[in-house]
Structures are given as structure tokens and as C-alpha cells.
Design a protein around this ligand. Sequence first.
Ligand SMILES: [Zn+2]
Length: 289
Amino acid sequence: MKTVDIIYRYGAGDAPKRRPPSDSNAAVRRLNAGNRDFAALLDHVNDTSGVIEQIIPVDPRDLGLEPSGAGIPKQRPFAAVLGCSDARVPIELIFNEGPNDLFVIRVAGNGLGAEVLGSLKYAVEHLGGTLKLIVVLGHSGCGALTTAVDMFLNPGDYLTLATKHSLRDILDRSLLVVQASANKLLSTFGSDVSRHPGYRQALIEASIVTNAALAAHSLQQEFSTNERTTIRAVYGVYLLETREVWVPRLGDSKGIGLAPAPSGRDDFVELGNAVVQSSRIASHLKSKD
Ligand SMILES: [Zn+2]
């Protein structure tokens, strides 16, 4: 087995530094490339022995190491990321980013509660000089969406949450997404689909994608009205299995990389079709085990 070193390197003035992305497209390209590199890093880790190094250049100024002496770094992230609190999805690490690159908010189920919206509003209004992008990142195997699906499938269990308002705050906003995903599976695969052994898993996966897409759409609407910024919202699902960021896309069987937030009903219809046609989700409904 290979040894893998992921190194955050900062040092002398001639150490390589990365330029911040100039616009939202460049920001998407940088995040996609960073995730591609991170995912590939471990692809062949079992093949042979040796050392693989991944070096992430860090500007000393981002750690308060000004040439003239210690100072407080100015905050200058190029993207704000709303991700899940799940410990298996460390945001900077999976995008090959370092300190002061990303403004990160993590909350179970990556939903849009008041504090999340307030934090993003702060980022958009106060960090607009460098901030180019808002990313909503769901992930496979999300416990929050799994619980929402189980509540949807067994409404009686919801009674156990009757007085647990903090948990209901997280789950309630997911139930609409679960309902919409269930409707799409029903209209595509027929009324018997809910009896298929793979139905629950397919519904979880479809809900995770739709949940991230809806949050990205909401954020795009929220911030596109702000004339002081041209912030763009994108979304993706981090796959724990391959460490890649994925979105189902029609005509693209792999679907790797962040996708633009759906802009309206037509985009959501297209996304729904891509979800049910994706091999990742449809495969649960083909196997009988
Ligand atoms: Zn999660």
C-alpha cells in the first residue's frame, strides 16, 4: 500500500501561491479540479508501495504571517460552502483548499435555516470583493435525509419527534423534497415501486440530490436580487464511495462536478428526469435484493 501525504505548504516568498479565481466560472473550475485531484489521490493507493504527495500551497498571509511581522489576515474566501455536519465530509480537504479559501457553514442535512441564511447574507454583503460562488454540498448516506425518508415512509414514527422542535426544524424542511422525489419515482417506475426492496435507498439518494438543488435554487433567488453582487449558486453531492462530487445529468453517465442551481420549473423537471435515469439511483430499483 502506498503512503499518501497531504501537505499544506507555506514558506518563503518564492513558494508557489494560488491566484484567487477571477469569476464564478473560474471558482467552479478550481473546486472541481481540486476535488478531482483529491478523489484521484486515493484511487490507486493499494496498487504498489511508495509515497504519493499532494501539496496544497498556502499563502503565509492567510495565517497572519505578513512579511513585516505577524498580523491579522484579511478574510478573503472565493466561495461560500453550505455542507452537512457529517464528519466524513470535511469541506476544505475534499476540495484541496486551505485556510482563507472557503467560507464554510455546516449543518445537519445542509438545510436553509435562519442562521445559515444569515451567515451567507453576511458573506455576500461583507466579503463580496473576493466571494464569487455559493456552493450547496449534499452527500451520499446523509443521516438527516435518511431520517426524513424514514419519517415519510412511516409517518407514525414522527410522533416520537412531536416535542423535539430542534430536530423537527431540520427534518420538516426536508419532507417536501422527499415527497417530490417520491412522486417522481412513482410516476416513472409505476405505483408498485414503493414495494420494491430498493425503493427506500433510491428515495434517499433522489432526496439528497433534490435537497441540495432546491437549496441552491433558493440561494440563487435570494442573492440575485442584490445588485451589489453577481454571486452564482451551484450544488453537488459528495459521494462517500468515490470521494467525487456528483450531480445526475441527462446525457452524461458520470455526472462529475458541481452543477448550476436550477433556475425554474423546467430545470427541476430536467433534474428529476436525470435523477430517475441515473444509473446510481435507477440501479436500486432494478435489483431484486
Ligand atoms: Zn449529512
